[in-house]
Design a protein around this ligand. Sequence first.
Ligand code: PEP
Ligand code: MG
Length: 589
Amino acid sequence: MPAKEATEIKITGINASPGICIGKAYLVDTKGVEVVEKYPVDGKNLAAEIKRFKSAVEKAKEELQSIIRKTPEELRQHTYILETHMVLLKDKMLYGSTIDTIKNEAVNAEWALKKVASNVKSMFQTISDDYLRERAADIMQVADRIMRNLTGAKGVDISAIDKRVILVAHDLSPADTSQIHLERVKGFVTDLGGKASHTGIIARTLEIPAVLGLAKITRMVNNDDVIIVDGTTGIVIINPTEQTLTKYEERQIRYDEYKALIARSGHLPAESADGFRLQAMGNIELPEEVFAVINYGGDGVGLYRTEFQYLSRPFFPGEDELYDKYKDVVEVMAPKPVTIRTLDINGDKALANATGSDEANPALGLRAIRYCLKKPDVFKTQLRAILRAAAHGSVRVMFPMISSVDEVRQAIQMLDEAADSLAKEGVPFNRDIEVGIMIEVPSAVMMADALAEIVDFFSIGTNDLIQYSLAIDRGNRQVAYLYHPLHPAHIRMIKHVADAAKDKGIKVFMCGEMAGDPAYMPILLGLGMDELSMNPQSIPAVKSMIRSLKLKDAKLFVKDVLKQATATDIEKMVQDTYGSVLSDMIYPG
Ligand code: PEP
Ligand code: MG
């Protein structure tokens, strides 16, 4: 492979899908229609203009249907995303508002669509939660598709690519990504997108390396340039030197060996070398991610975040819609458990139009369980759907952001009322399910003994527990350097919660990001976690770390950890004691 010594460029983006690939760049023009003309449409032609818009939407629907039909087998589970796009085509925020704008402003359809789309975009831009921001990207991709039909611009046909290449694109929609033929596309890089984008999710399912959010990669790379994509670290190297090429070729071989090892050991239990069995569960946000949990050897779903169905729509979903989705996940996972967390809306998951609230400090505002207790209709609809889904497999319900015993009592009462109403109506359901709470607020840590009397399990949400106990906004880059799971205060809180749970004979789980990092396993095992829930992709590495540890050593190790005064000291202990085991397994590249 030719290498140009002088022009090697290294850039870093978001590591969306792990692995390394080396190959020639293939630029895909997905920028969409950038220049849109505005012109007035007089009264008598307005109906025709609206019709033209409706036909463009209809055509977009047909295109998506055809892509769904042609989607290769390994991506079938993702056609759900394309179906979501079909629903978004008729979303009131996009469809209804564009028609209103054509009418009210007497303008052409392209201009109206562009205006509406950019309003939607700026509304979502203020949200700090990556996941929600990515859902806004779905709306933009749908708007682009309609726009291309209005202007007659040509779409991208990824299925027509006939060489082994690395795709370089401004953005890739789920529809684009689902046309990828694995035998031709080695990996891809994009200007836009993040880890939680559907494109990222699909890349992980396909197990091809991807680096997203590179800002201007499409302007830096030419067709046929040699590029290296390291999806594990998020590094992309354009025109690598011979030396860099050799280094990455070796890493690629080591990574492939590691993957083969994981594939062989992924379904072994998360059992310590001295026989203590933990459950390694998966976190999911979209129903179809349940397949990733199974593929990576998960023992169940430890956290099903249910916010997705409440987004980008003028009305909240109805009971039947929620029930259908929950039932799908529960049936696929059965007999393994699915832990459904009730709505955790607001805070960093705010959607201004959905709640109508304007809070100066949303993280401390009407969020999660507080919101649900204030909106019994919304809450009961979800609780009824969960209880109905529970008739189809093993379900647990979990309440987020609990800060007092009263909240739990009220939530359980509403759960009972939901069950009573279903019983009265003769609708099948199952109330015999475990009820748990997330421990993510310091007051819940301090009240763990009392809380343990009234629930079946705790699940520690370290993402928020760190935010609230160390007073660090989890979305604020300025203070990100202070956000440390190994802060001794945080470790002591986990211990306090675990001890209270053990005293009262209930189980203690963890479902924050901390639970998915092999480096924290000696501490989490030693502190007494019964179950850890993480990104499905992290399950094999976490399992293999646990398999290399002994519970008895971990308990002794934690005794010393608890004597340390700083996060740095604890980190050093982890490195000194487990550094060599970790470096063999965590970054095999
Ligand atoms: C947490 O806070 O750790 C958690 C798992 O919940 P979320 O990240 O959805 O707030
Ligand atoms: Mg949380």
